[in-house]
Structure formats: C-alpha cells, structure tokens
Write a protein that binds this ligand. Structure first.
Ligand SMILES: *[C@@H]1O[C@H](CO)[C@@H](O)[C@H](O)[C@H]1NC(C)=O
Ligand SMILES: *[C@@H]1O[C@H](CO)[C@@H](O)[C@H](O)[C@H]1NC(C)=O
Ligand SMILES: *[C@@H]1O[C@H](CO)[C@@H](O)[C@H](O)[C@H]1NC(C)=O
Ligand SMILES: *[C@@H]1O[C@H](CO)[C@@H](O)[C@H](O)[C@H]1NC(C)=O
Ligand SMILES: *[C@@H]1O[C@H](CO)[C@@H](O)[C@H](O)[C@H]1NC(C)=O
Ligand SMILES: *[C@@H]1O[C@H](CO)[C@@H](O)[C@H](O)[C@H]1NC(C)=O
Ligand SMILES: *[C@@H]1O[C@H](CO)[C@@H](O)[C@H](O)[C@H]1NC(C)=O
Length: 395
C-alpha cells in the first residue's frame, strides 16, 4: 500500500495547488501566520497575519492543534522579564491574543504534559536559558488560559570547561518521555540533563537523579525514539541528545527504575559524520523523522553547501542494514537553503520540511522524500522582519 500512496502524494504535489499553514517566530518581535501554496511552476509563502503580542523576541512556538491555540515564548533578549502569550488561531489566519503572562527572562523551549489524576487541566514546562530556571504552568487547553505552578532555579559553583558559554546553568530544552511520566531538560551550561518525575495525582514536578553529560559538550535538545513494532512502551526506548558545544549526537538505551531513569550509551559521533565540525558551527534542533526510522538535526553556521548555506544531518536509528537498534548510522548532509538553520518541522500533507533560517531572516520549505526519509529540493522561501529562530506547521 506504501507505493500507491506515495504516487498519489507526488501527483498531488505537481498537479494541484495545495495550501498549508505555517507559523514562524521572529526576533523582529513578530509571530506570523503564513500560508504555503505548492504549485508545479512556483510555490509561494504568503503572510496571512502577524502579531506583536508575543513581545520583543519570540523564540519558540508550541501549537495545540486540537484547540487551535498557539503558544509563543518571548525570550525578551536584554529585558528583565520574558513572557508567554497564547493566541487563538482562526481558520482565516488571524491570531487573536488570549493571554499574556510575564515570566523570568529567557524562555527558549516548552512542551505540554499531563497527569492522569488531573482531568480538567494540562501542563507545560518551560526552559529559561538566561535565568537558569525551569518553570511549569497549568493550562486550560480549551480556553488557552494558563498560570504558573512551579519553578526551579539552579546555580553552579564555578564555570564549566567552556567558560564563555558555561558561566551558569542554561536549561535549553524540554522533552517528555514516551510513557508521559518524566520530563527531561538538557542544561547547556551545566552539562547535565535534568530529570523531573510528574506526580500522576496532581501534575507537580519532582526533581530526580539527573543524567551527567560529557564535560564541555553543552547538551541542548533531546528526542526519544520507540522502534517501529515495539510492543511495550517502556522496554524499548531510546534517547538521542544533541550537544551544541561539541557538535555531537549521543544515543542511549533507556531503562526505567522505581524513581527515575538510567541511560546506557550506544552511540557518540559528530553531526558531520566523518568530517570535523566547521569552526563556528553550532548544532541546534533534533527530531525523529515521520517514517520513525531516521534522526534529523540542524547544523547552524557550518556553510556546508556554500556561503550562508547550512546543513541538515540525517542519521538512521539503526545499523546500516536497519536491523540493530542499539546503533546509529550517519546517512549524510542535506542543504538547509540558508544561514543558521535553527528550528525545523517535518509535517503537512504531503510531508515537507519547514526551516527557520535564523540569520537569513527567512522561513523556507523543502520537499521531503518519504521513501528515503531525507530532505529534498527547496519549494519556497520568504523573508520575515528579523532573525527567525522557529517555524512550525499549522495543520
Ligand atoms: C512585564 O515585564 C516587563 C519587563 O520587565 C515590564 O515592563 C512590565 O511592566 C511587566 N508587566 C506586568 C504586567 O507585570
Ligand atoms: C477572522 O476570523 C475571526 C473569527 O471568526 C474574526 O473575528 C476576524 O475578524 C476574522 N479576520 C479577518 C481579517 O477576516
Ligand atoms: C521579572 O524579573 C524579575 C527580575 O529578574 C524577577 O524578580 C521577577 O520574578 C520576574 N517576574 C516574573 C513574573 O517572573
Ligand atoms: C476551560 O475553559 C473552558 C472554555 O472557556 C471552560 O468551559 C472550562 O470550564 C474551563 N475549565 C476549567 C477547569 O477551568
Ligand atoms: C567514515 O569512515 C569510515 C572509516 O574510515 C568508513 O568506513 C566510512 O565509510 C566513512 N563513512 C562515511 C559516511 O563517509
Ligand atoms: C554499531 O556501530 C559501531 C560503531 O559505529 C560499529 O563498529 C558496529 O559494527 C555496529 N554494529 C552493528 C550491529 O551494526
Ligand atoms: C544551497 O545548496 C543547494 C544544494 O547545492 C542549492 O540548491 C542552493 O541553491 C544553495 N543555496 C541556497 C541559498 O539555497
């Protein structure tokens, strides 16, 4: 059934105009609702609406698709406080502000979680890079209203090996484990992955034993993987972690204990395969591809495809024959079509890759090869009003 489906998807792409919704965050102070029209001759991204209500430095977007509510983190670079804004995203593309709340400075990534004992609310956790803090909010997913419930602030006795970047703890990512019991927060400054147990009765986070990363590696973002056909949700779980300061990918087999998780390393390698990382490059985002067999990683400022043309690295979550999961294989580098590719999202129908090209101040969309599970050619690109850290698909 795979081949006819693919054929339909491809002929769709070339014969009809297809519209898809995108959202983008710009450090110019705007959050955008964008429309992508894919056509045979020329595909185009156009602005449906834009809002300044996220604040001065929108850094991260989180979409609740079921309720059409978009959450935007304002890193508020240089300002005393960050903020979080929720928007109702209407079908005509307009973004209607629901609520805006001040936070401690520097929020950069968030993720939803829930607790079985709390039926009428969910939660989201936020990593604050600048203020060494992890905060938690309770949220009414239907209305898009939220309030702060917890925060954890960390300190270090001295700087880490990379003194310039590791002057203090810098929580950078928020990832929920596949069983929904734990939250992982890679801390770039402290070379630690902080781990929180979610109390199933009330949703409160409890700090448990962290995972210690290589000194100076600067863990940034993480993603879990459960192999296809895996039957039990906690016996076959892997974690992949990207380290911004060492430009490396590490892989672990995860074990669940009574009060926490343990990790046994199965892989460590550079995000350029056999090549050393170009000087000045910095890995950013990591995700599992839609086919659930590859890992996609954005390499910023590496100019791997020429000046201001960075790369997406693709790895297989297995050995070269796809049989042993306790292994990871480098597949190759693919063009990002711009400079400092940071956030990305593979989605929509047919699958495409949305790219936040921070220093090109643009959002781009590339085709996605569903058979090989790799990025393809550039379909469309649009300049926005500032550096673009994040872009995601709407529906
Ligand atoms: C939010 O923070 C900003 C910057 O610190 C401040 O100017 C503003 O008054 C704060 N707003 C509220 C409602 O506290
Ligand atoms: C879009 O839809 C919303 C909700 O129906 C409405 O309030 C708004 O005025 C519409 N905006 C435009 C530009 O049509
Ligand atoms: C705003 O920043 C100040 C100074 O860092 C901090 O004390 C305060 O708690 C922050 N406000 C909020 C709502 O987090
Ligand atoms: C959540 O919001 C919806 C829509 O406004 C409202 O009907 C519901 O009562 C709210 N739930 C809680 C627990 O506040
Ligand atoms: C990397 O180097 C090894 C050993 O030299 C070689 O076997 C392998 O084919 C190389 N892989 C790539 C992707 O170039
Ligand atoms: C796993 O990877 C390691 C290092 O890349 C390699 O030496 C080993 O042969 C691989 N194992 C399998 C089963 O492919
Ligand atoms: C980046 O590299 C790709 C592949 O070589 C090429 O198609 C593209 O035109 C280059 N430049 C930009 C800005 O996308």
């Amino acid at each position: 059934m795979k081949i006819p489906q693919l054929f339909i998807a491809v002929s769709f792409l070339w014969n009809t105009a297809l519209a898809s919704r995108l959202y983008a965050a710009s450090y110019g102070g705007s959050v955008y609702s964008l429309d992508l029209k894919v056509q045979k001759e020329s595909s185009e991204i156009s602005t449906l609406s834009k809002s300044k209500d996220c604040g001065s430095s929108p850094s991260w977007l989180m979409l609740d698709k079921d309720n059409s509510v978009l959450y935007c983190l304002n890193e508020a670079i240089g300002a005393p406080n960050g903020s979080i804004t929720s928007f109702k995203s209407h079908s005509n593309g307009s973004l209607q502000t629901i609520q805006r709340l001040n936070t401690t400075a520097g929020p950069v990534m968030s993720n939803f979680y829930s607790a079985p004992g709390v039926l009428d609310r969910d939660f989201f956790a936020v990593a604050h890079y600048e203020t060494s803090t992890v905060s938690a909010y309770s949220v009414n997913r239907t209305s898009g209203h939220f309030e702060k419930v917890q925060s954890f602030t960390y300190s270090m006795t001295g700087p880490g090996p990379n003194a310039a970047r590791q002057d203090a703890p810098h929580p950078h990512g928020v990832t929920v484990d596949p069983t929904g019991q734990y939250i992982l927060v890679p801390d770039l400054g402290a070379d630690i992955v902080r781990i929180y147990y979610i109390n199933p009765m009330n949703g409160l986070l409890h700090s448990v034993n962290p995972f210690i990363a290589s000194p100076g590696s600067g863990p940034r973002h993480a993603v879990f993987w459960t192999p296809p056909g895996s039957t039990s949700s906690d016996s076959d779980v892997y974690l992949y972690l990207v380290h911004e300061l060492s430009n490396t990918l590490t892989g672990y087999r995860v074990s669940y204990k009574k009060h926490g998780m343990t990790f046994s390393q199965i892989f460590e390698g550079g995000t350029y395969g056999n090549h050393t990382a170009p000087s000045g490059s910095k890995v950013a985002e990591i995700s599992i591809t839609p086919g659930n067999n590859h890992i996609a990683i954005s390499n910023r400022l590496d100019n791997s495809f020429g000046q201001k043309n960075d790369s997406i690295a693709i790895f297989s979550c297995a050995d070269p024959h796809g049989q042993y999961f306790d292994n990871v294989t480098f597949i190759g580098l693919f063009p990002a079509y711009g400079s400092s590719v940071r956030g990305f999202d593979i989605g929509a129908t047919p699958e495409m890759m949305a790219l936040a090209l921070e220093k090109s101040q643009s959002v781009a969309v590339a085709s996605w090869n569903e058979r090989k599970e790799i990025p393809g050619s550039l379909l469309a690109k649009k300049k926005l009003d500032g550096d673009v850290p994040h872009a995601i698909w709407g529906f």
